[in-house]
Design a protein around this ligand. Structure first.
Ligand SMILES: NC(=O)c1ccc[n+]([C@@H]2O[C@H](COP(=O)([O-])OP(=O)(O)OC[C@H]3O[C@@H](n4cnc5c(N)ncnc54)[C@H](OP(=O)(O)O)[C@@H]3O)[C@@H](O)[C@H]2O)c1
Length: 313
């Protein structure tokens, strides 16, 4: 199994964790393509395969994702590292404290291993939010503090506002197609011992190779994603064909190679979302082997050539 400590914490997480935005989210097809039994099996196979942590958030399925995780884990809770998030809209001191109580209740636990502030709030000073986060650590309700979608200056401010805690992670979008963090966030976080938790690590299913020119997912979330629209889609599909070809040559799935490209680097862990047992198992099996330097280099070079146009309609 492959592990890494999150930042300066003693949270020793597997390089792959389980993302659970999918649980309870209609726009991912919850209640249509998959449901509670799939969630049970997704968690069970992930833990069986050695994954030791789950990422969720109070906003996922309006609290339903947390609730389901609490229910499914039951007594196993103590064996699993739970990372959840307070919504960016609850940035005021009392709101953070109240949000944490809600998450603890839904998760059926009395502590959260990693509590992340979900996205920047430009109206409430980060000092106020971080004071509340640190108070939760002092009360023993939160073990470690993380942020999400934070640019470098805000990570610095957040860290400065903490008296004795460390920001241990920044959860951001990172995959072979979305490489915006390469420039500033990645180098800063890695040099400051702040782990990168890569979300959407398989570009919301695009890097699995199952979507083609003739087959796109039909749920609303991805219909609105510029990656699934021209002029981006054709470029991405061409890259995915290369990824699929390279993966095939070494007897692996494109998903697994895309995940390895992320987790081979120290300081980066990834949280692919899964909707069923098969997906979860395939994702967990991205651990325990290594990619050839040559393949890594080729993917790196080719992915840099993709030029994403940010379409607004
Ligand atoms: N902090 C934030 O702001 C933020 C934002 C987004 C996500 N997240 C977190 O990151 C996690 C992952 O990101 P994400 O859900 O956006 O995208 P992702 O992990 O890149 O893609 C997940 C989707 O890909 C498909 N998939 C997954 N594994 C597969 C496999 N082995 N074979 C075939 N298809 C597979 C499934 O959808 P289909 O089967 O429908 O294709 C699944 O719902 C989330 O669950 C959440 O915990 C955080």
């Amino acid at each position: 199994m492959e592990y890494e400590f999150l930042g300066k914490s003693d949270l020793k997480v597997t390089k792959i964790g389980l993302g659970t935005w999918q649980f309870g989210s209609e726009f991912w097809g919850w209640g249509k393509d998959f449901g509670e039994q799939d969630a049970v099996e997704t968690i069970r196979i992930s833990l069986e395969k050695g994954i030791n942590w789950i990422d969720t958030a109070e906003v996922y399925g309006n609290g339903f994702s947390e609730e389901l995780i609490g229910k499914i884990l039951g007594k196993k809770r103590k064996d699993v590292i739970i990372a959840t998030k307070v919504s960016g809209s609850y940035a005021k001191y009392q709101d953070v404290i109240a949000a944490c109580e809600g998450s603890l209740k839904r998760l059926r636990t009395n502590y959260i291993d990693l509590y992340q502030f979900h996205w920047p709030n430009l109206e409430v000073p980060i000092e106020e939010t971080m004071r509340a986060m640190e108070e939760l650590v002092n009360q023993g309700k939160v073990r470690y503090i993380g942020v999400s979608n934070f640019p470098v200056p805000l990570v610095k401010e957040a860290q400065k506002a903490l008296e004795k805690s460390f920001i241990v992670s920044n959860q951001v979008k990172y995959n072979l197609i979305s490489r915006e963090i390469d420039k500033e966030i990645l180098p800063y976080c890695l040099s400051s011992n702040i782990s990168i938790i890569a979300y959407s690590p398989i570009a919301q299913g695009l890097l699995t190779g199952k979507y083609t020119h003739n087959k796109k997912p039909d749920n609303s979330l991805r219909k609105d994603n510029p990656f699934f629209k021209e002029p981006n889609y054709s470029q991405i599909i061409k890259f995915v064909e290369l990824l699929t070809d390279l993966a095939g040559k070494i007897g692996k799935k494109p998903t697994q190679v895309a995940l390895r490209w992320l987790i081979e680097k120290k300081g980066i862990v990834a949280i692919p979302g899964a909707k069923n047992k098969k997906q979860a198992e395939e994702n967990a099996n991205a651990m325990g082997w290594k990619l050839d330097e040559e393949i890594l280099k080729k993917l790196d070079e080719e992915s840099r050539k993709i030029e994403i146009t940010h379409i607004t309609e």
